[in-house]
Design a protein around this ligand. Structure first.
Ligand SMILES: [Zn+2]
Ligand SMILES: [Zn+2]
Length: 111
């Protein structure tokens, strides 16, 4: 199961009784500027905390167990050469630096 994180402002506007609201009150004093808060797109009851400094983010919702899909929000998919780590666009298929040809692999990188 996969879920897409929801920006917290959207959640709070639509559901002010959500328990996330209570959790957030605890979290606020702790370096608000360094963190960004999202709600789990599946259970909508868990806070997903993105650390702007370390770029750490949860892979799985600790409440409902869904895989958090950060692609397009905090990461992008790029094609990368498994040998020299050179990054390419999604349209590229092969690394230009090797003979014999090396196929690129899709990887998720933080933005
Ligand atoms: Zn969840
Ligand atoms: Zn290469």
């Amino acid at each position: 199961m996969k879920c897409v994180p929801i920006a917290l402002t959207q959640v709070l506007q639509t559901d002010t009784k959500n328990e996330i609201f209570a959790k957030l009150l605890f979290a606020i004093p702790e370096a608000l500027a360094k963190k960004e808060y999202f709600a789990c797109g599946n259970c909508k009851a868990n806070l997903l905390i993105y650390d702007k400094v370390t770029k750490d983010k949860p892979k799985v919702c600790s409440r409902c167990g869904c895989m958090v899909d950060w692609v397009g929000i905090k990461s992008v998919l790029v094609n990368q050469c498994p040998q020299c780590q050179k990054a390419y666009t999604q349209l590229d298929r092969f690394c230009s630096d090797h003979d014999p040809v090396v196929s690129l692999k899709q990887v998720e990188v933080a933005i």
